[in-house]
Design a protein around this ligand. Structure first.
Ligand SMILES: O=C(O)C(=O)C[C@]1(C(=O)O)C=C[C@@H](O)C=C1
Length: 360
């Protein structure tokens, strides 16, 4: 699969002057609930109305969706509001039913993207469709697996493709439900700049008061749109209550979000930007020189340890360095998260260098 300008066709054809917005409840609960939310989202920036019909839940015994019955409600949404509709599909039977009920956009969930078998089954079931198919990132931060899933659909002749960034599972304590790992989304855009990329702030945050902030970051990183879970009574939603926002809050959010351009033609702006970028280039060069210097010292330590048969890993010394760097970083306005990531990477490289010296 190669990046092509045509990948954006389905998005360009919508002719939007704002980011694409997909919104609606996490789950379709009742016909009344679906239609009430849909009517509240009509005449807003929302182009596609979403509702989960088949819900992949972590543990059995939770609400697993209303099933095919909900597809009839989505048909009513389209007839009554004119909004296009979308839902999640996870197997060939879902695909068949969704297409029969004229759902316009199908998305594939994070728990399906992890499995090449499921992705191939879905690709076979969707073969040649002109529906829009969006693929959520797999639960683990694996760009190749994400792209591989999309590629299976592409190879099945599906041309209206896109991706949804919904964050990644983590065992470590985090303020997010699924950590965004923005770098991975940036790498995705670098590889496929024309493949529409939508952000899902609801699943990244898991909390409604963080949805705005994550949406703004996504737009600042040139995402093409947002998928936001929306319910008229979020606290009493049958699934994911904490992360849903009201349709009114969504409308306000779309007003408040700053939609930034990728560049500006003004000469003074571009000159100032070039000057600052030149400064960054100088600092980046210094960083590389310093890192190379540090690794030369690590090589010497490796040589010394080799003579006395001393282990490469020195946990006590390393934890001292890490603690000191976090404190010094904080004094300079650098987050603990960043310092830990940076120095863990430096430590690993230092170990690699020493290993090479010791094994030589
Ligand atoms: O101080 C050492 O013994 C080193 O090997 C250097 C170093 C580092 O790069 O700072 C690398 C590995 C050890 O785990 C601790 C520290």
């Amino acid at each position: 699969m190669k990046n092509t300008k045509e990948m954006r066709n389905w998005l360009n054809d919508l002719g939007l002057n704002h980011p694409l917005v997909i919104a609606g409840p996490c789950s379709a609960e009742t016909e009344e609930q679906v239609l009430k939310i849909a009517h509240q989202l009509k005449d807003t920036d929302v182009s596609y109305f979403r509702a989960g019909i088949w819900k992949p839940r972590t543990r059995p015994g939770m609400f697993e969706g209303v099933g095919a019955l909900g597809l009839k409600w989505l048909q009513k949404v389209k007839a009554e509001t004119g909004m296009k509709t979308c839902t999640e599909v996870a197997n060939a039977a879902h695909v068949k039913l969704a297409i029969e009920h004229d759902v316009d956009l199908l998305w594939i969930g994070a728990r399906s993207t992890v499995s090449p078998f499921i992705m191939q089954e879905l690709a076979d079931a969707l073969e040649g469709t002109d529906k829009i198919v969006l693929v959520k990132n797999p639960v683990n931060p694996d760009l190749a697996l994400w792209l591989g899933g999309i590629e299976r659909l592409y190879n099945a002749g599906i041309k209206n493709l896109g991706a949804i960034h919904r964050g990644f599972s983590t065992y470590e304590k985090s303020k997010y439900r699924n950590i965004p790992e923005w770098q991975l989304a940036i790498d995705f855009q670098n590889k496929f700049p024309d493949l529409p990329l939508i952000n899902d702030p609801s699943h990244i945050t898991g909390k409604r008061d963080m949805v705005f902030d994550v949406s703004q970051t996504a737009l600042d990183l040139n995402f093409d749109g947002l998928m936001v879970e929306t319910h008229f009574d979020p606290d009493n939603a049958w699934s994911d209550a904490a992360q849903q926002i009201t349709p009114q809050a969504l409308v306000q959010m779309m007003v408040d979000l700053k939609i930034r351009k990728e560049s500006d033609p003004e000469a003074k702006f571009n000159q100032d930007l070039s000057t600052l970028r030149a400064k960054i280039d100088v600092v980046d060069q210094q960083i590389i020189d310093l890192l190379a210097k540090r690794m030369q010292i690590a090589d010497s330590i490796g040589g010394l340890k080799k003579t006395k048969n001393v282990a490469v890993l020195q946990s006590k010394r390393w934890n001292e360095i890490l603690g000191k760097m976090v404190l010094q970083g904080e004094e300079k306005g650098l987050s603990e998260e960043f310092i830990l990531k940076l120095f863990k990477a430096i430590h690993q490289e230092s170990i690699n260098h020493q290993e090479k010296v010791i094994k030589d």
